[in-house]
Write a protein that binds this ligand. Structure first.
Ligand SMILES: C[S@@+](CC[C@H](N)C(=O)[O-])C[C@H]1O[C@@H](n2cnc3c(N)ncnc32)[C@H](O)[C@@H]1O
Length: 257
């Protein structure tokens, strides 16, 4: 009998942001292959009867290849097991979920996708920044900063004054990203926020503007960079026990509650 493979989004970190469907799928899993970013609280929800395998990328240590992950999904599926591939955020946003789906389909196995709350949604909810707003942004761009030189290319077709841009995997080289943003036409005074470990108890936010981005501190990964007029709506620092809010929020690190 053939098994079934589930690509499940674990959300950005807070276990309460796991969907009921993700929880139900985890509870009936025989094998769970999870990313490094999936929190310990969420892993604790996996029944002890299931085998749990970490297939995440770990800083400095060799990580399991995508090909090997695909092979494991198919191998366990062919053993007739209920296989959960538990991924940070949403499986189809910068998570190589599409490649895993293809591998499972090509092997003739059934695949089901359980969406998760992507990091951008978790981060902006925490700092209370609406991604769209009738007066400030009518579009949203999720891009990867992994290859910094491509940031500008990805922005070149957007109406930057009316777009909220969220950069996943921004790295720590903010000078480079700043240059790309400016040369793509982004105004220097556009507010932005770096959100570190969003929705976890370690969450930190640094607020600045594009022209000051190069002075940003290194915050612990994972981090996201949110840029756009909507960042002006960020929750006032006073309600987050933090440094006071300045106009254009030039130098502000906000600790989570
Ligand atoms: C490989 S991508 C996976 C994204 C994931 N599939 C999602 O939908 O959120 C990993 C990147 O997501 C972002 N990320 C994931 N979790 C985060 C969190 N809790 N806080 C801030 N950024 C996060 C970071 O930019 C990180 O480098």
């Amino acid at each position: 009998m053939k098994g079934r493979v589930y690509l499940v989004g674990a959300g950005p970190g807070d276990p309460e942001l796991l969907t009921l469907k993700a929880l139900k799928t985890l509870r009936s899993a025989d094998v769970v292959l999870h990313d490094e970013l999936v929190s310990a609280e969420i892993l604790a929800l996996i029944p002890s009867s299931a085998s749990v395998i970490s297939v995440g990328k770990r800083g400095g240590r060799p990580s399991i290849s995508q090909q090997e992950i695909n092979r494991l999904l198919v191998e366990y599926g062919w053993l007739g097991l209920s296989v959960v591939r538990l991924k940070g955020g949403d499986p189809f946003i910068f998570g190589r979920g599409g490649e895993e789906l293809e591998a499972v389909r090509q092997a003739g196995l059934e695949c089901e996708i359980v969406p998760g709350i992507t990091a951008a949604l978790g981060a902006v909810s925490s700092i209370q920044v609406p991604l769209t707003h009738r007066d400030a942004a009518s579009s949203l761009l999720l891009i990867s900063g992994h290859r910094a030189h491509e940031v500008g290319i990805q922005l070149s077709h957007a109406d930057l004054a009316k777009t909220t841009v969220v950069i996943y995997m921004p790295g720590q080289n903010y000078s480079r990203i700043q240059k790309e943003l400016i040369s793509a036409g982004m105004a220097g005074e556009t507010p932005c926020a770096i959100v570190s470990q969003a929705t976890t108890r370690y969450e930190k936010t640094y607020q600045t503007c594009v022209s000051e981005l190069h002075n940003s501190p290194e915050l612990p990964s994972p981090t996201l960079l949110v840029i756009g007029e909507t960042v002006r709506f960020a929750k006032p620092a006073t309600t987050l026990n933090a440094i006071s809010l300045q106009e254009h929020a030039s130098e502000r690190v906000v600790e989570a509650r």
